[in-house]
Design a protein around this ligand. Structure first.
Ligand SMILES: N=CN[C@@H](CCC(=O)O)C(=O)O
Ligand SMILES: [Zn+2]
Length: 421
């Protein structure tokens, strides 16, 4: 078959092993790294990836050939945990943080998430759209081609819906593909006066069915944490969401281990997020029930904590892990997934191959798109990050610099030399 485009002469192509499910434990050490190879694209999809020169049967009079000598190619990166859509910002809390005031204490005083809730409630659709689009633009030039985006700064229907509609609209208009998660259970809003049970019941009765009816989100998530929602409330909400057909995620063991992981294991959520405080028992349960550990080391860094999620223990226990930015205005204000990948190595001692698997093949399965993205299997979407780096080790070793040179989405060049086209 004749290719539309052939990207060639790569010094390395990182090809995750694609068995139709996330890579677990020692499987994450494996990848097919092709030396001196090419990627052939047809109709926006992967036609062939192989070593050596492209064969004559792939080349027709209209085939565009692009030389990428000395560069590394990987599947487009997938940021599978972001709080993309919000009003305002929270640099005013930075001084408090530097003075040792904790994240949960700032929240207890009505700041933190609740401060962003106030800014988001008063922001227009256009304002939220423009802000989120700017973040997506930054993400794409760092090699990201798919993003999971959560609501959760409205905590009332009007604003939660506005956030979800921004995600829907951006999914239509922006080259990045978005996967939407409904997360009204992010904090208890002031009008519920600390009554988390009543807020959860309201979400179940009034919001969840509307999100479903209007097809505004695929996933439902909750923040299970001291002073936010209990494990019992998390179980109640996620069970109700499951019955309506939502896929599930849960913020668990971020700061304290209060049972969120048990809920994840009991309901077989797709993933459990954060897991900085995960216990050995919790890891065993997640491994047995196939819950993906979604690790967010940028949050640990930004919260100035010393204890990163025990990634190696999770791999030893046979879990699949992913890494993502947790991009949000409070606990992790960044759009740079490459820095997160580097923290995976520098702070969690993951290898470059484990890290690349975490943000490609495993992240694809964690957002429910494992059949379409995350590897270079023939027929998958031609979402490609091209790195100004000669091999897979280099982008993890040379840190805090954007090393993604070009990005292809559905086979089209969408970002070149850090500029959106
Ligand atoms: N921990 C809960 N939610 C976000 C933080 C949101 C915020 O601080 O605005 C997180 O995943 O880190
Ligand atoms: Zn989060």
């Amino acid at each position: 078959m004749i290719a539309d485009k052939i990207l060639t002469n790569f010094s390395q192509i990182f090809c995750p092993i694609d068995n139709g499910q996330p890579l677990k434990g020692a499987e994450m050490d494996q990848a097919n790294v092709i030396e001196n190879g090419f990627i052939a694209i047809k109709d926006g999809k992967i036609l062939k990836v192989a070593a050596g020169e492209p064969e004559a049967s792939l080349i027709g009079s209209h085939t565009k050939i692009v030389d990428y000598s000395g560069k590394l190619a990987s599947p487009g990166l997938i940021d599978c945990h972001t709080h993309l859509v919000y009003g305002g910002s929270r640099e005013n809390e930075f001084a408090k943080k530097l003075n040792g005031v904790s994240y949960l204490d700032i929240l207890k005083e009505g700041g933190g998430i609740l401060s962003t809730v106030r800014s988001t409630r008063s922001a227009s659709f256009e304002n939220l759209y423009d802000k989120s689009k700017r973040l997506l633009d930054q993400m794409i030039i760092h090699g990201v081609t798919t993003v999971e985006a959560k609501s959760g700064y409205g905590l009332n229907w009007e604003t939660e819906k506005r956030q979800l509609e921004v995600v829907k609209e951006l999914n239509h208009n922006h080259p990045i593909d978005l996967v939407s998660t409904f997360m009204a259970a992010h904090a208890v809003p002031p009008e519920f006066d600390g009554d988390g049970d009543a807020f959860i019941e309201m979400i179940i009765a009034e919001m969840l069915p509307q999100v479903k009816e209007e097809n505004l989100a695929e996933f439902c998530d909750i923040f299970c944490e001291t002073g936010v929602f209990t494990a019992k409330q998390s179980l109640r909400l996620l069970e109700a969401a499951k019955e309506l057909g939502f896929k599930l995620r849960i913020h668990a063991d971020e700061i304290d281990s209060i049972g969120g992981v048990d809920v994840a294991a009991e309901l077989n959520t797709v993933s459990a997020e954060h897991l900085m405080a995960a216990t050995d028992e919790g890891i065993k349960k997640m491994s047995e029930s196939g819950v993906i550990g979604n690790l967010l080391p940028g949050t640990t860094f930004s919260l100035m904590k010393d204890t990163y999620a025990p990634a190696k223990k999770m791999l030893d226990a046979g879990m699949a892990i992913t890494l993502s930015t947790d991009s949000n205005p409070g606990s992790c204000p960044t759009s740079n997934i490459q820095f997160i990948m580097q923290l995976g190595c520098f702070k969690m001692y993951l290898t470059p191959v484990q890290v690349f698997n975490a943000v490609t093949i495993n992240a694809a399965y964690s957002v429910g798109l494992g059949d379409q993205i995350g590897s270079f299997k023939e027929g998958k979407l031609a979402d490609i990050a091209i790195w100004d780096a000669p091999n897979v080790d280099y982008p993890l070793y040379f840190f805090a610099t954007n090393l993604v040179q070009d990005v292809y989405k559905h086979g089209e060049l969408v970002s070149k030399n850090h500029q959106i086209l």
